[in-house]
Ligand binder design. Structure first.
Ligand SMILES: [Ca+2]
Length: 181
Protein backbone atom coordinates (compact mmCIF):
# COMPACT_ATOMS: atom_id res chain seq x y z
CA UNK A 1 0.00 0.00 0.00
CA UNK A 2 1.54 3.30 -1.03
CA UNK A 3 1.45 6.56 0.86
CA UNK A 4 -1.53 7.90 -1.07
CA UNK A 5 -3.61 4.81 -0.32
CA UNK A 6 -2.67 5.06 3.34
CA UNK A 7 -3.84 8.67 3.35
CA UNK A 8 -7.08 7.76 1.61
CA UNK A 9 -7.71 5.06 4.18
CA UNK A 10 -7.08 7.61 6.89
CA UNK A 11 -9.56 10.04 5.33
CA UNK A 12 -12.24 7.36 5.08
CA UNK A 13 -11.66 6.33 8.69
CA UNK A 14 -11.89 9.90 9.96
CA UNK A 15 -14.97 10.51 7.84
CA UNK A 16 -16.66 7.43 9.26
CA UNK A 17 -15.82 8.29 12.86
CA UNK A 18 -16.94 11.89 12.64
CA UNK A 19 -19.96 11.14 10.48
CA UNK A 20 -18.87 13.69 7.89
CA UNK A 21 -20.00 13.79 4.30
CA UNK A 22 -17.88 11.43 2.18
CA UNK A 23 -15.00 13.33 0.70
CA UNK A 24 -14.73 13.81 -3.05
CA UNK A 25 -11.86 11.86 -4.67
CA UNK A 26 -9.83 14.97 -5.47
CA UNK A 27 -10.00 16.13 -1.86
CA UNK A 28 -8.45 12.81 -0.83
CA UNK A 29 -5.25 13.52 -2.77
CA UNK A 30 -2.22 13.78 -0.58
CA UNK A 31 -1.15 17.26 0.59
CA UNK A 32 2.11 16.85 -1.31
CA UNK A 33 0.23 16.13 -4.55
CA UNK A 34 -1.84 19.26 -4.09
CA UNK A 35 1.25 21.32 -3.31
CA UNK A 36 3.04 20.01 -6.39
CA UNK A 37 0.14 20.88 -8.68
CA UNK A 38 -0.27 24.31 -7.12
CA UNK A 39 3.45 24.96 -7.61
CA UNK A 40 3.06 23.96 -11.27
CA UNK A 41 0.29 26.57 -11.66
CA UNK A 42 -2.86 24.45 -11.41
CA UNK A 43 -5.94 25.63 -9.55
CA UNK A 44 -6.58 22.36 -7.75
CA UNK A 45 -10.05 23.43 -6.61
CA UNK A 46 -11.27 23.62 -10.21
CA UNK A 47 -9.64 20.47 -11.61
CA UNK A 48 -12.02 17.95 -13.16
CA UNK A 49 -12.91 15.57 -10.31
CA UNK A 50 -11.30 12.17 -9.89
CA UNK A 51 -7.72 13.17 -10.58
CA UNK A 52 -4.61 11.59 -9.19
CA UNK A 53 -0.99 12.64 -9.56
CA UNK A 54 1.18 9.82 -10.95
CA UNK A 55 4.79 10.92 -11.19
CA UNK A 56 4.65 14.17 -13.15
CA UNK A 57 1.33 13.41 -14.80
CA UNK A 58 -2.25 14.15 -13.84
CA UNK A 59 -4.39 11.05 -14.42
CA UNK A 60 -8.10 10.43 -14.62
CA UNK A 61 -9.90 7.08 -15.00
CA UNK A 62 -6.83 5.03 -14.04
CA UNK A 63 -4.72 6.70 -16.72
CA UNK A 64 -7.21 6.71 -19.61
CA UNK A 65 -6.54 10.46 -19.56
CA UNK A 66 -3.00 11.66 -18.82
CA UNK A 67 -1.79 15.24 -18.72
CA UNK A 68 1.70 16.61 -18.30
CA UNK A 69 2.03 19.15 -15.49
CA UNK A 70 5.07 20.89 -16.99
CA UNK A 71 5.37 22.24 -20.54
CA UNK A 72 8.06 20.77 -22.77
CA UNK A 73 10.21 22.67 -25.25
CA UNK A 74 11.28 19.39 -26.86
CA UNK A 75 9.22 17.35 -29.29
CA UNK A 76 7.29 14.84 -27.20
CA UNK A 77 6.12 11.32 -27.94
CA UNK A 78 2.75 9.69 -27.41
CA UNK A 79 2.15 6.37 -25.65
CA UNK A 80 0.77 3.52 -27.75
CA UNK A 81 -3.01 3.41 -27.50
CA UNK A 82 -3.50 7.16 -27.02
CA UNK A 83 -4.39 10.26 -29.01
CA UNK A 84 -2.11 13.04 -27.78
CA UNK A 85 -2.75 16.77 -28.12
CA UNK A 86 -0.05 19.38 -27.59
CA UNK A 87 -0.54 23.06 -26.85
CA UNK A 88 2.41 24.12 -29.01
CA UNK A 89 3.49 23.30 -32.57
CA UNK A 90 6.05 20.56 -33.16
CA UNK A 91 4.63 18.48 -30.28
CA UNK A 92 5.77 20.97 -27.65
CA UNK A 93 4.16 22.77 -24.74
CA UNK A 94 1.68 21.00 -22.48
CA UNK A 95 0.49 17.57 -23.53
CA UNK A 96 -2.72 15.67 -22.84
CA UNK A 97 -3.37 12.07 -23.87
CA UNK A 98 -6.65 10.20 -24.24
CA UNK A 99 -7.29 6.45 -24.63
CA UNK A 100 -11.05 6.06 -24.25
CA UNK A 101 -12.79 4.96 -27.43
CA UNK A 102 -16.40 5.28 -28.44
CA UNK A 103 -17.42 8.41 -26.55
CA UNK A 104 -17.03 12.13 -26.94
CA UNK A 105 -14.23 13.68 -24.90
CA UNK A 106 -14.75 17.38 -24.19
CA UNK A 107 -11.60 19.47 -23.88
CA UNK A 108 -13.20 22.29 -21.82
CA UNK A 109 -13.35 19.77 -18.93
CA UNK A 110 -9.56 19.67 -18.62
CA UNK A 111 -7.63 22.53 -17.08
CA UNK A 112 -4.46 23.80 -18.72
CA UNK A 113 -2.06 26.08 -16.91
CA UNK A 114 -2.14 29.58 -18.35
CA UNK A 115 -5.64 29.28 -19.78
CA UNK A 116 -9.12 28.36 -18.65
CA UNK A 117 -8.94 24.87 -20.15
CA UNK A 118 -7.72 22.75 -23.07
CA UNK A 119 -10.49 24.24 -25.19
CA UNK A 120 -9.08 25.93 -28.33
CA UNK A 121 -5.45 25.17 -27.42
CA UNK A 122 -4.34 22.22 -29.55
CA UNK A 123 -1.58 23.09 -32.02
CA UNK A 124 -0.20 19.63 -32.86
CA UNK A 125 -1.26 16.02 -32.37
CA UNK A 126 -0.30 12.35 -32.57
CA UNK A 127 -2.71 9.45 -33.04
CA UNK A 128 -1.03 6.34 -31.63
CA UNK A 129 -4.23 4.31 -31.13
CA UNK A 130 -4.03 2.36 -34.39
CA UNK A 131 -7.66 3.41 -34.97
CA UNK A 132 -9.20 6.45 -36.61
CA UNK A 133 -10.16 9.46 -34.53
CA UNK A 134 -11.66 12.89 -35.10
CA UNK A 135 -11.29 16.26 -33.45
CA UNK A 136 -14.08 18.83 -33.49
CA UNK A 137 -14.17 22.61 -33.60
CA UNK A 138 -16.97 22.85 -31.05
CA UNK A 139 -18.64 20.74 -28.39
CA UNK A 140 -22.06 20.96 -30.02
CA UNK A 141 -23.13 19.44 -33.33
CA UNK A 142 -22.97 19.96 -36.25
CA UNK A 143 -19.27 20.74 -36.14
CA UNK A 144 -16.39 21.21 -38.42
CA UNK A 145 -14.42 18.00 -37.98
CA UNK A 146 -10.91 16.85 -38.81
CA UNK A 147 -9.90 13.22 -39.17
CA UNK A 148 -6.81 11.73 -37.54
CA UNK A 149 -6.16 8.68 -39.69
CA UNK A 150 -4.88 5.72 -37.71
CA UNK A 151 -5.37 3.08 -40.39
CA UNK A 152 -1.66 3.03 -41.23
CA UNK A 153 -0.40 3.05 -37.65
CA UNK A 154 0.80 6.15 -35.82
CA UNK A 155 -0.12 9.41 -37.54
CA UNK A 156 0.28 13.03 -36.56
CA UNK A 157 0.42 16.66 -37.52
CA UNK A 158 3.03 19.04 -36.18
CA UNK A 159 1.83 22.11 -38.07
CA UNK A 160 -1.89 22.74 -38.40
CA UNK A 161 -3.29 25.06 -41.07
CA UNK A 162 -3.81 28.50 -39.51
CA UNK A 163 -7.59 28.06 -39.63
CA UNK A 164 -7.31 24.86 -37.54
CA UNK A 165 -4.80 26.10 -34.98
CA UNK A 166 -6.19 26.48 -31.46
CA UNK A 167 -9.66 25.30 -32.51
CA UNK A 168 -10.08 21.80 -31.06
CA UNK A 169 -12.88 21.47 -28.52
CA UNK A 170 -13.76 17.77 -28.60
CA UNK A 171 -12.32 14.40 -29.56
CA UNK A 172 -13.76 11.02 -30.55
CA UNK A 173 -11.67 7.84 -30.91
CA UNK A 174 -13.25 5.10 -32.98
CA UNK A 175 -12.87 1.32 -32.83
CA UNK A 176 -12.57 1.29 -36.63
CA UNK A 177 -9.86 2.16 -39.14
CA UNK A 178 -12.20 3.14 -41.97
CA UNK A 179 -13.67 6.44 -40.72
CA UNK A 180 -11.01 8.68 -42.25
CA UNK A 181 -10.52 6.85 -45.53
CA1 LIG B 1 -1.87 26.24 -29.03
Amino acid sequence: MNVRNVFRGFCVAVTAVLGLTVMAPSSMASPSDTAKLTAAGFDVETLKPGWSLVGDELWWDNGAVRQTIEPSAEAAGCPAGYVCFFSGPDLTGYGIAFATKGKFIFLPEYQMVGSTSWNDQMSSWINATGFDARWYFNVSTPNTIRCMDGSHGVSGKEHLPAADDNQASALYIYTRTTVCS
